[in-house]
Design a protein around this ligand. Structure first.
Ligand SMILES: Cc1ncc(COP(=O)(O)O)c(C=O)c1O
Length: 298
């Protein structure tokens, strides 16, 4: 699955630090910490007319990631919401939109790793694009298990949603080379962690399982699926799960803000059925509830 350029995004306005720029002028300095070291945190947000899906949880995760990385001037939720509102208003956007919200450590006075040379304040970027769900959620996706292990806490805690994505990008490259849609990443013990850009679930004997969030991002869509299932009395558990368990599942699916719920129909050439009653029930449950999860900006 290769995303294509969407003509509607040709003239979008992007918010950087304190104002909007046309996309052609929307740039950060070569001294910005994101250029120098991938030193930034980010969130992907989905916009519906009712608001932004789980907005407060996304802003909390951004704040917590920035605190862990010792950013010193983290903008308040109110300031971030105002920047998002300004951006959506400038682009007349209120549906079918994905926002890439990034907070970099900001511009450095000279190149280098040391955060003490970041003396110009952090830099907030609101990039809102027209972007329907990125995966084919009726056909599903094929994935390849990657030799690239997902970071566990003793390396770089996957709970930090940082912009140094090379760990995941290497897994995605392996999937691309094999002509598959995503890389399935294991943790350092060999248990399934997540896809390179989304979380994973599997179904077996009418129970839904998902890996512990030890070496995956504790995704917000993942959390919503767990909560919705619990409220609907659908059995759901976190567990250590192997590739073999996934390959022999009754069904499997991925979750994320970019694609919401997507059936996984193949792992390393082993087919997995998407014709499963419980899978359809969970996908329908999310679809009918996603707008209730939306929060307005004011
Ligand atoms: C590595 C990774 N896993 C999972 C997800 C899905 O998280 P969420 O449901 O919060 O969008 C993302 C999204 O950014 C991601 O980058």
């Amino acid at each position: 699955m290769l995303q294509q350029f969407d003509e509607r995004n040709r003239d979008i306005q992007v918010f950087i630090k304190d104002r909007l720029y046309h996309r052609d002028e929307a740039k950060v300095s070569v001294f910005d910490s994101s250029v120098q070291g991938g030193d930034a945190v980010w969130e992907g947000l989905r916009v519906y007319p009712e608001g932004i899906v789980c907005l407060d949880k996304h802003l909390t995760r951004l704040h917590e990631s920035a605190k862990t990385l010792a950013f010193v001037d983290i903008p308040s939720k109110k300031v971030i919401k105002e920047a998002i509102q300004k951006t959506l208003d400038a682009n007349n956007m209120n549906d079918d939109v994905h926002i890439r919200l990034t907070l970099t450590r900001g511009e450095k006075i000279t190149s280098g790793m040391d955060p003490r040379v970041n003396q110009n304040g952090s830099c907030l970027i609101v990039l809102a694009e027209w972007k329907p769900l990125v995966y084919d959620n009726s056909g599903g996706i094929k994935v390849l298990s990657s030799s690239q292990r997902r970071n566990a806490p003793q390396f770089l805690d996957s709970k930090i949603h940082h912009a140094n994505l090379l760990n995941n990008i290497l897994a995605k490259i392996q999937a691309n080379v094999a002509g598959k849609d995503a890389g399935l990443m294991l943790d350092e013990r060999g248990f399934v962690a997540e896809l390179n850009g989304s979380n994973v679930f599997m179904l077996k004997n009418n129970i839904i399982y998902t890996p512990y969030a030890h070496a995956c991002l504790p995704g917000i869509t993942r959390g919503s699926v767990i909560e919705l299932c619990q409220k609907s009395n659908i059995p759901i558990e976190e567990a250590d799960l192997t590739l073999s368990q996934f390959m022999n599942a009754d069904a499997a699916f991925a979750t994320g803000t970019m694609g919401e719920l997507t059936p996984i129909v193949e792992i390393d050439g082993r087919e997995i059925s998407k014709e499963n009653r419980l899978l359809k029930e969970v996908m329908e449950l999310f679809k009918t509830n996603v707008r209730n999860l939306c929060e307005p900006l004011d």
